[in-house]
Design a protein around this ligand. Structure first.
Ligand code: TXA
Ligand code: MG
Length: 320
């Protein structure tokens, strides 16, 4: 049954189809990376601006040289350490790489995903572009059901590989001009990457167009704001007094001071477990009739970088 679905997906991808599939991070909207018409359909379905580049998903480190014209030693070290897995490398592109994939930039983003379905599709197709399978600017999907709700019949097939174990997108490292730079925090913690490279990774971006790097992104429908644990009960009480319906996401169980009238969501206290359920929690709240979602700020520690980044972007979508 499952294999039949995968075979169908491979057949559809071979004729320019768009197939949503699971990766270990989030669900992707897949198309053959060497078929510009198929890639353009992905942009159209997502509502994504055409100049924003996509990640090429490959099934083996051996494909690096097909897409990238230079492969610095750091790229090989990182790929060996973290592939297959939630790490994307941005490298100088070869000239044949379609502009539809790179948004016309001189670089290409590459990753080898760990989910067995994603790997099978990438191996059978050669290479797949796969942006997160959500409408531009919205919360990424971590289940097949999220994708179906978001796109319905707009995609040719949605493969169901269960909930995504990582839950946030891949970490993106830029390796242009010799200096490793963090372009997006994600599934591989930055301190692990720095340990492999044996040097610090710079955090500022390079002026590259990357929607994940826009200040406001990953936005749920319910207005979200971030607060210190000490303030959250007072803010909730204020909103309740104004007649608002309030949900509160705490790290672990809420304190006794939190008003009984708020909808409580006790989030995991570990960064890995928190990331796994973050997007599903945000989606679950949407449509729940809440006027405000108050989120307790996670710790300012390296392993929380990706979660803090996504929460911060979601909050900025509603600020000012
Ligand atoms: O975990 C993931 O990476 C997921 C799964 C499906 O693999 N994919 C994903 O794709 O998050 P997307 O399109 O939602 O985000 C890709 C990010 C964007 O921020 C994009 O701008 C950046 O990668 N990117 C792609 N090519 C780039 C390039 N040449 N230079 C800099 N950033 C690039
Ligand atoms: Mg995305």
């Amino acid at each position: 049954m499952e294999q039949a679905q995968i075979d169908r997906a491979v057949a559809l991808l071979g004729v320019g189809g768009v197939v949503a599939f699971p990766t270990e991070t989030v669900y992707g909207l897949g198309a053959d990376a060497r078929n510009p018409a198929a890639v353009r359909r992905v942009f159209a379905i997502k509502g994504r601006p055409a100049e924003h580049p996509l990640i090429v998903h490959i099934a083996s480190i051996d494909w690096l040289g097909f897409w990238a014209r230079e492969i610095p030693a750091a790229a090989v070290e990182l790929a060996r350490a973290f592939w297959p897995g939630p790490l994307t490398l941005v490298l100088p592109r070869r000239h044949h790489v379609p502009d539809a994939v790179t948004g016309g930039q001189d670089s290409v983003a590459l990753r080898m995903p760990a989910h067995p379905m994603a790997l099978q599709l990438a191996a059978a197709t050669g290479a797949l572009v796969a942006p997160s399978a959500n409408r531009f600017g919205r919360v990424s999907p971590t289940t097949a059901e999220h994708v179906r709700v978001e796109f319905g019949a707009a995609v040719d097939l949605v493969l169901d590989g269960g909930p995504c174990p990582v839950g946030v997108e891949s970490t993106i490292i830029g390796l242009l001009g010799g200096v490793p730079r963090l372009l997006r925090p994600g599934g591989v913690a930055l301190d692990r990457i720095e340990a492999v490279l044996g040097r610090p990774v710079e955090r500022q971006d390079m002026g590259i167009r990357a929607p994940g790097l826009l200040p406001a992104h990953y936005a749920p429908a319910t207005p979200l704001s971030i607060h210190a644990r000490l303030d959250i009960a007072a803010v909730a009480r204020d909103l309740l007094r104004q007649g608002r319906r309030v949900a509160v996401m705490t790290l672990g169980e809420a304190g006794a001071d939190l008003p009984a009238a708020v909808h409580r969501l006790a989030m995991p206290t570990g960064a890995v477990a928190y990331a796994r359920v973050l997007y599903a929690t945000l989606r679950g709240l949407d449509g729940g009739g809440h006027d405000a979602l108050l989120v307790e700020a996670p710790p300012d520690a390296p392993e929380w970088l990706a979660v803090r980044d996504r929460l911060g972007r979601a909050a900025r979508a509603f600020a000012g």
